[in-house]
Write a protein that binds this ligand. Structure first.
Ligand code: BGC
Length: 446
């Protein structure tokens, strides 16, 4: 039997643009309209229709005894046209959060999970410092409607990933391929996070709430040199890790700016997080200065290596910099047959339980199968299955495992035998995107 600590809790996470469907004013809506942008040709306008079916989804959370839910607000619904706020959307979000609160489900609310209004995109989004004021105005407005209900916030989701995918990989939105633009975008994100951190705290303090917890969801990947004794691979792994993670984290979370990170708005120094909020999926092997995927190891259906220790190592690295409680704000895998998801969760939770670090939450990504950004509907990450045609939801085996762990506040021998033992990671590489990708692309994928 694995027992969880008394102050550790399981939850699950989603993101608005990936589940809500039908948001015609967002950057992702327009991005999906362009042929070729989404690998399998699907569109985020469908997703899980959660905007309409949210009560049904809350009932599922309740059925699974889930008490912690991370969700995001879609800015484009709240402010579809510049300066025009849609009160009905704000009230609809309030209702969703209120229903959950009444059922004892605590919300961890993200203000930006990769999606924003098209008008903001047209202004250059987070590539320009002068656009941060729009982000602040949206947060302030949203707080007026939900600020009394929610005490835990993430300003941004994975700004390092967003900057990379848009400005370096050229896969999303701006479609740039420039390291200078990527660093510039990261610097804008850092300033946006630090400004939003102060804003949320000030707002809640003025209203008399003293329990506010704010962070941003920091994506960590564990970089290791491909050839352990090769000095260039070692340097490469260090450099990638610094640029993608530590350097960004030190600047955003601690206010300690090391080149090339800059305090572009000259904001006050000092810590700007109340918990370390980490999204962790996999590790990468660095060959020279390139990020590659290790061979002959367990992998998910997207070809991502399954490496639970990486979570602990990256959490330790952040904790060495700032001693705060740790939330795993996302962790999960693409497993279209639900053949090894329970084992994946078990392996990561076991690593958490065996560690001395102060892990307080684990939010499984994802609650529902959903729209997986430019990979479309094909990769399935959910503990709940969604038939996109009929919009029918079905609990997968993993969902029952999750429910059992919550009820027992740990993993019993019976649950292990029933849910975990029958699971097997792939021996041979399976990649659900294979039919859409060249061999080269399959190899390059994280
Ligand atoms: C993102 C999620 C995404 C997941 C799986 C994370 O980086 O925050 O939105 O679905 O990875 O790709």
């Amino acid at each position: 039997m694995i027992k969880f600590k008394s102050d550790f809790a399981l939850g699950t996470a989603t993101a608005a643009a990936q589940i809500e469907g039908g948001n015609v004013d967002s950057n992702w809506y327009n991005f999906c309209n362009v042929k070729g942008n989404i690998l399998d040709g699907t569109h985020c306008k469908r997703a899980n229709q959660h905007w309409l079916k949210y009560e049904e989804d809350i009932a599922l959370l309740e059925e699974l005894n889930i008490g912690y839910y991370r969700m995001s607000i879609d800015w484009a619904r709240v402010e579809p046209k510049e300066g025009h706020f849609d009160e009905s959307a704000l009230l609809r979000y309030r209702k969703e959060i209120e229903i959950m609160k009444n059922k004892g489900i605590k919300t961890y609310l993200t203000f930006h999970h990769f999606s924003h209004p098209q008008w903001f995109e047209d202004k250059g989004a987070f590539t320009k410092a002068e656009n941060i004021k729009f982000f602040m105005r949206y947060i302030e407005k949203t707080l007026e409607y939900v600020g009394d209900l929610v005490s835990e916030y993430a300003t941004l989701n994975e700004p390092n990933v967003y900057a990379l995918n848009t400005c370096l990989a050229g896969e999303w939105m701006q479609k740039n391929k420039s390291i200078i633009k990527t660093i510039n975008c990261m610097n804008v994100f850092i300033a946006a996070h630090r400004s939003a951190y102060a804003l949320i705290h000030n707002y809640r303090k003025e209203k008399g709430f003293l329990d506010t917890m704010v962070s941003y969801a920091h994506h960590v990947r564990h970089f290791t040199p491909k050839r352990q004794n090769n000095p260039i691979d070692k340097k490469g792994a260090r450099l990638l890790s610094f640029l993608f993670q530590e350097g960004f984290f030190e600047a955003a979370a601690l206010g300690n700016f090391r080149f090339p990170f800059k305090n572009i708005l000259n904001l006050p120094k000092g810590p700007a997080i109340d918990m370390i909020s980490l999204n962790y999926y996999t590790r990468g092997e660095t060959k020279y200065f390139n990020d590659t995927v290790k061979e002959n190891v367990p992998k998910s259906d997207l070809g991502w290596e399954i490496y639970p220790d990486g979570l602990i190592k990256e959490a330790q690295r952040c904790y060495n910099l700032i001693k705060l409680p740790i939330y795993v704000s996302e962790n999960g895998c693409c497993d279209n047959e639900d053949a090894f998801r329970s084992l994946y969760i078990y392996d990561h939770l076991k690593a958490i339980v065996e560690s001395d670090l102060p892990f307080k939450r684990y939010y499984h990504w994802c609650f529902l199968d959903n729209f997986e950004w430019s990979d479309g509907e094909l990769p399935r990450f959910g503990m709940v299955y969604c038939d996109y045609e009929t919009q029918e939801r079905r609990l997968k085996n993993t969902a029952y495992f999750y429910k059992d762990m919550i009820q027992n506040h740990g993993i019993t021998e019976e649950a292990y035998l029933r849910f975990v033992k029958p699971c097997k990671y792939h021996k041979d590489e399976v990649n659900v995107l294979r039919e859409y990708l060249s061999e080269e692309d399959v190899r390059k994928r994280r």
